[in-house]
Design a protein around this ligand. Sequence first.
Ligand code: MTE
Length: 318
Amino acid sequence: MPRLNLPRIRPSEITAERYFHMRRDLLTTALGLATVAAIPGAKAAVPAAPGAPLTYTRNAKYSVTDKANSFEEISGYNNYYEFGTDKSDPAARAGSLRTRPWMVTIAGEAAKTGTFTIEDILAPHPLEERIYRHRCVEAWSMVIPWVGFPLADLLRRFQPTSRAKYVQFTTLLDARQMPGQRSGVLDWPYVEGLRIDEAMNPLAFVVVGVYGRVLPNQNGAPLRVHLPWKYGFKSAKSIVQIRFTERQPANTWAISAPNEYGFYANVNPQVDHPRWSQATERHIGGGFFAARQPTLMFNGYADQVASLYQGLDLRRNF
Ligand code: MTE
């Protein structure tokens, strides 16, 4: 049989070459991003280990003056169904989540898409602390000193096109790290969405820390979002994909019970959940017999966000 005289390539070389191209693409994109995304201020090197100290400045303009909840309350009373449905499950079980290496895919209607390391995602953004009210649809609330940066600054780096009307966030899918994903309690992975103008509102925040330190896993490390005028379920944790879309994307809780959970999920004391009132809330840490507090329209952020919903029927768009 005639032998073709092809150059011999060892598998290790093929891998190395593929890796080289992949890395070069990433670097090219990252460099491109750096030029489109020059954000003034020091580059933030965000450490990986939960609890490691962060470098940040306080942002009083976007902070409430209410007393913040304790670190133990914020990190011990959580909703994170990937680790179980009890409030104490996430703190007990989220140690199995590995937050490095961590990749985030930017997809859909944007000029710059691709898969980036968490370091590439975070590096250009100076960190700030904002004390935000946090109101869950289950009618409890907290006050949390988050550390992070504006979601708009992150999204703009990828140059969303004019067709980008919405943005969807996807949480990690990996039942080995997230044992709750073995149960059918929700559709996995967890997905959430925002209208693009909501996502670009200055209050919309990418969170990487709390109380000046790297976020505990149970709060959504290595990065989650928080929209303080919306019920907590809009704030997807441990994000691995951000997709710009033309049509309204699916969101997990609305998939599981569309008559109970809508797309907008704005805090609204006038529109009750079908099974319970949203007029008042129980402040975590207030003690069992403490009086319930009245819930404020848009969780107290109406001045900053009410204009987003002019002309929208908030009873239908709940
Ligand atoms: N994100 C994921 N991936 N999985 C979840 O179960 N729960 C949501 C939201 N983000 C959830 C999630 C709900 S219902 C709330 S109230 C907040 O996270 C809770 O955030 P916290 O635990 O940091 O207070």
